[in-house]
Design a protein around this ligand. Structure first.
Ligand code: BG6
Length: 500
């Protein structure tokens, strides 16, 4: 791992006129620049099909910064580091021009040959770009070369493996940074710290004390303009294969022997390896799906999934998934991990609830107050923080109990200063820290797990679709999944830090 605190790099963004570049990448680079984490020795080379002049491209960069950061301090100077090339990803002569421009920028800014190739575009071109980067000499550089690659990394295990084999012709595993933006979220990174830096939790973090773990990621947004992609992906590939399984791996992994990239990733891999595979007959017992109908969100009527643009009016695609994961290892045998995620739900919220087992004997049963289980709630977004749900004595005479909450919220910290996931991930990729990127082994195991589910769902038409109204809590089948085990979902709205 090569690490410097103020990295030097030529950042080549494929897909520089796209949404991701404008909403996330340019603003994140600007924030790094403002914080002094990028010195003047950097250049960004935007690459896209559209023909744009340098002035037009730099203007689009300035616009994105103003729109998404609300700032413009030093903006002209920052934008002057941006260059553009209109490019055909399948044509060698385009790459040869790119190489020449890259060499010039390298020399001009003293970049020591360090190159970051960021693929922020349609996944069908990932392999082709990788091939050409090598073939046309762009990876032939004196400094580091790294490939940062957005999701989806393949469509299933087979296609992911094919893509990986292809990319590995040009980049080694250590040089490939597969983005899962959840790993850049502050509270997702905090899972390890909460677990491994507190004497209070790690001794209890097992099947003796934990009854179940629930991971929820709900969205109010629908599929928007992404119907074409989403029809082939569904919530299973879009959210479960990556973000949800990554959170489960962080919750379930063993303590790494060191906090370095290799050790952390190898513990995550081990956790994913312990996921109990499902036979075809078992899939629908462990996983349920939903699709949103029309409904109301924040007082506004919204259409059902089947009438969204580019969506089949008879679509069988799931916009909601809930599942029970069983982890077959010593620590977790007998503890279900429940996950749920969906679009067009009542709230935007990502939370983890760790429910502890009831104490062996409740001395307070006769006081007509049922004890609530102890919960540790990790608030990933929109609030960031941790809440511990305990029982305490009600004030006044008598020994009645009442639930109390201990909370720490980073809400009070100025939100603008909380680095965005992409800012952290970009910085890490320039410093050569791959910890918060997914290793191929993690991707492969996640796909294998998810493929077993899609194999069943794609071959059986779900006759109950649409089965939840937009703005609701999701389909009933998700509740039934937990009821079978004697549990229920902790309602996210009752867990907000504000409700303490
Ligand atoms: C993306 C999915 O990976 O994650 C989107 O493709 C989803 O469909 C998004 O909306 C959710 O991310 P976040 O950070 O808003 O929870």
């Amino acid at each position: 791992m090569t690490e410097t605190n103020t990295p030097t790099a030529l950042i080549m963004i494929f897909g520089a006129t796209g949404d991701l570049a404008h909403r996330k990448l340019f603003p994140s680079l600007y924030r790094l620049y403002k914080k002094g984490r990028l010195t003047d020795r950097f250049a960004v080379l935007g690459v896209a099909r559209r023909s744009l002049t340098l002035e037009e491209f730099q203007e689009s960069v300035r616009k994105s910064i103003v729109e998404f950061t609300g700032e413009q301090d030093g903006l002209d100077e920052f934008a002057s580091h941006f260059y553009y090339q209109s490019h055909d990803v399948t044509d060698s002569s385009s790459y040869i021009q790119l190489r020449e421009l890259a060499n010039k920028l390298d020399e001009h800014y003293g970049l020591e040959g360090n190159r970051l190739f960021y693929l922020a575009m349609a996944p069908e071109f990932f392999g082709t770009i990788g091939d050409h980067l090598k073939l046309d000499g762009l990876t032939d550089t004196a400094g580091y070369k790294r490939l940062v690659i957005e999701k989806p990394f393949g469509h299933d295990f087979e296609s992911a493996q094919e893509l990986n084999n292809r990319l590995r012709q040009a980049f080694s595993e250590e040089e490939i940074y597969r983005i899962d933006h959840y790993l850049g979220k502050a509270m997702v990174q905090n899972i390890q710290v909460i677990r491994f830096a507190n004497a209070l939790f790690e001794p209890l973090w097992n099947n003796r004390y934990i009854s179940n773990i629930q991971v929820t990621s709900s969205e109010t947004l629908g599929v928007e303009e992404r119907g074409r992609y989403y029809e082939k992906s569904g919530a299973l590939r879009d959210m479960v294969q990556n973000h949800m399984l990554q959170m489960v791996a962080l919750l379930a992994m063993e303590p790494p022997i060191k906090l370095n990239t290799e050790e952390i990733r190898s513990e995550k891999v081990r956790a994913l390896r312990s996921l109990r595979p499902m036979s075809q007959d078992e899939v629908n017992q462990y996983f349920v799906r939903g699709q949103y109908d029309e409904g109301t969100i924040n007082g506004e009527s919204v259409p059902g999934y089947r009438t969204e643009p580019m969506v089949d009016p008879e679509s069988n695609t799931e916009t909601y998934v809930a599942g029970k994961l069983v982890i077959d290892n010593f620590r977790w045998a007998g503890v279900p991990f429940y996950i749920r995620t969906g679009k067009r739900l009542g709230s935007k919220s990502t939370k983890i609830v760790v429910q502890f087992k009831d104490i062996p004997m409740n001395l307070y049963y006769n006081t007509d107050e049922k004890l609530t289980p102890n919960l540790l709630v990790i608030h990933i977004q929109p609030e960031e923080g941790v809440t511990l749900h305990l029982n305490a004595k009600k004030s006044g005479s008598g020994m009645k109990t009442t639930p109390v909450r201990l909370s720490t919220a980073s809400k009070s910290i100025d939100r603008m200063n909380t680095p965005e996931a992409y800012e952290k991930l970009l910085y890490d990729s320039m410093r050569g820290d791959a910890t918060n990127f997914t290793h191929w082994d993690e991707v492969a195991l996640s796909w294998k797990f998810v493929d077993a589910i899609s194999a069943v769902w794609e071959n059986t038409k779900e006759t109950t679709f649409p089965n939840y109204a937009a703005g609701s809590d999701g389909p009933q089948v998700a509740d039934q999944l937990l009821e079978k085990d004697g549990f229920e979902w902790w309602p996210v709205e009752n867990l907000e830090i504000d409700n303490c």
